[in-house]
Design a protein around this ligand. Structure first.
Ligand code: 9MR
Length: 369
């Protein structure tokens, strides 16, 4: 099925749900106010959200349309889900997200084209299970990127081309992923070149977490500078923004925005959430407790309010450098951070999809001045 057919089917399904679901208007997801995040921030930058197809009808969809003007597929466009076998693509989920974005005139970020995680194992193996050569893996990467970018070129304005290629350990530069082990650093430049060839209009990002850690920031800067100097088509750096109530500081955040934009690149916050558990950046490094019922305590609430307010104060100051801020999930009802043996509350909407106090701290910036 080509994209137009695929998207027509997805549109028909979403219209069906919209028409038979008067509950969309009458349940708990009534518009919370005439204005959404996107409206408060219309003079600053688009505000996006990462979604799964199941959120595109029912109460989540109402909140999404009211509050946001940009979408990212949380998983549906990644290599493993969309290209499970060499000669087989699975378009349904990504098409439904593209159709929803188009129907509601939202921007759509593509996430992502090359990552060490969620990469299908066939990509790196021969039919007999041996590791493929560099030539083979680059050809497969090219085929993948060309096909996916082409399919969504009328929908997606920009792509996270390479995700998380820099290592977290101070003494190691590149992450020793399968891509790196087979190709060396060349896969990074190649991925950008393939994406640019497939859609010369697309804005192309390098995207990573822990971008405010001084050592990692320096390594990312060095890599991106080298790519720019070599004429590689890279246009932006994505700060994922998987932050916590005590990390990063405003000062480190400012340094990252300034440093990356000093290369003439745009900066976006691509996966924002603020974990209520104090810890190092990236979430990935925090040990989970076996506690699935932990409460959102008043202390957590206050710390998170302060942190969200500070982040958005900084974002607004850098509105000329920042071209987007995207939240990683819709409400505290579901977050990828829940999956570590404890409940987290990292977003601006609570488990009933109502705005938290931090929401009002983020949108009432004029009154606060
Ligand atoms: O939120 C995503 C989760 O549903 C997936 O299981 C996970 C797979 O590793 O990826 C999560 O999203 C990641 C994003 O694509 C890249 N940056 C880190 C995000 C959180 O792990």
């Amino acid at each position: 099925m080509n994209i137009r057919k695929g998207i027509l089917v997805a549109l028909a399904v979403s219209l069906f749900f919209a028409s038979c679901s008067s509950s969309i208007k009458t349940t708990g997801a009534k518009p919370i106010s005439a204005k959404g995040l996107k409206d408060y921030y219309k003079d600053f930058f688009p505000i996006g959200v990462a979604v799964a197809p199941r959120m595109l009808h029912g109460e989540d969809s109402v909140l999404i349309v009211n509050q946001f003007n940009s979408l990212t597929a949380e998983n549906a466009m990644k290599m493993g889900p969309i290209h499970p076998r060499e000669n087989e693509y699975y378009w349904k989920d990504a098409d439904s997200i593209a159709a929803f974005a188009k129907k509601h005139r939202m921007r759509l970020r593509g996430h992502n084209l090359c990552w060490h995680a969620q990469a299908p194992s066939w990509m790196f193996q021969t039919a007999t299970g041996d590791t493929v050569t560099k030539e083979v893996v680059l050809q497969r990467l090219k085929d993948h990127i060309t096909t996916v970018v082409n399919r969504y070129k009328d929908y997606v304005y920009g792509w996270d081309v390479v995700n998380e290629a820099i290592d977290d350990r101070d003494s190691i530069f590149y992450r020793p992923s399968a891509w790196y082990k087979i190709c060396g650093e060349e896969f990074i430049a190649k991925a950008f070149e393939y994406a640019h060839a497939a859609d010369p209009k697309a804005v192309l990002f390098y995207n990573d977490y822990n971008t405010e850690n001084p050592k990692k920031r320096e390594k990312i800067y060095e890599m991106v500078k080298k790519l720019k100097e070599a004429g590689v088509p890279i246009h932006g750096v994505g700060l994922q923004g998987h932050w916590s109530v005590n990390n990063p500081s405003g000062e480190e955040l400012r340094k990252s925005i300034q440093l990356f934009s000093s290369l003439g690149l745009q900066v976006q916050v691509t996966e924002l959430d603020v974990s209520v558990y104090a810890g190092r950046q990236g979430g990935q490094l925090v040990q989970g407790r076996s506690d699935t019922t932990s409460n959102f305590t008043p202390e957590m609430e206050q710390q998170q309010r302060d942190q969200y307010k500070m982040f958005f104060d900084v974002f607004r100051q850098y509105k000329n450098k920042l071209t987007g801020v995207t939240f990683w999930n819709v409400s505290d009802r579901y977050s990828w951070l829940d999956g570590r043996g404890r409940k987290n509350y990292p977003l601006l909407f609570d488990t009933k999809r109502q705005p938290k106090k931090a929401y009002w701290d983020v949108v009432n910036f004029k009154a606060a001045k």
